[in-house]
Ligand binder design. Sequence first.
Ligand code: ATP
Ligand code: MG
Length: 289
Amino acid sequence: MKIEKFQVPEGKELNLADHPTDFTGDYSGKEEAVKDLKANIEKLSELQSVLYAEDVHSILIIFQAMDAAGKDGAIKHVMSGLNPQGTQVFSFKQPSREELDHGYLWRCSKALPERGRIGIFNRSYYEDVLVVRVHPQILQIQQLPDEIKNDPNIWQQRFQQIKNFEQYLSENGIHVLKFFLNVSKEEQKARFLSRINTPDKNWKFSSSDVRERGFWDDYMHAYREAISATSTADSPWFIIPADKKWFSRLAVSEIIVQKMSELNMRYPELNEIHRQDLADAKKLLESEE
Ligand code: ATP
Ligand code: MG
């Protein structure tokens, strides 16, 4: 799969109309895609082993999307073959009082993956240029200096802060991959209705999701600007067609596999002392009766 199709080039205006939500590439149906997803999950598991053993890099995977776009399912499926010891998932909801007493990057910084690990953010600091931008009253109740809250350039400033933060991460071996699961407004409606009409899915439905849907165009504007401003070669954004869950999961897995493969990771090489150590241990074990 050519993943460049989904990657947002650095410095380019993003036009979401160029990214059909129902794209499924060369795949005509679910069956073939599920087979390839399974193969990718196996590759991912091998890549994770070497990531962990080498203990040099870490991977931060960020998921952002409108409600019901499939973040939870993508995380569950794509990460299903991984060793839980080397993986961590954090979901960022409305900030707590304690979190609000810090800058907006604080709670996410605390949750960064350590070397050798894969960290997943279900929502992230991008919420602070998305939901907070769509609902300016959220910003107004925060304890920020007035001249910052009321500066019309606040979003551009935050884009720059996020770029700087991500540059710091990548220059310290933490590789950031960002996924926007791009679902259509019609498909979201169908999924909400299914959550309402299926008793076992009722718990997933929240009437606030329908309220947020009313701000669809504002969200798309905020996503467009945030993604255009913060997609870089080192910390790229990918726009994932999300109307077909089987395709979005496959595309996400493919991108993670390809990007991790580019890191050219190796299992640590033994030095002379280690090698001698192994030979001695082998001798000792073999001499046991
Ligand atoms: P799910 O609905 O599948 O459980 P979710 O991520 O939508 O997952 P919710 O508890 O429904 O979880 O929603 C979390 C809400 O918190 C979202 O509406 C999100 O926009 C909001 N949120 C996240 N970060 C911030 C933030 N920094 N400031 C304000 N709201 C935020
Ligand atoms: Mg929700």
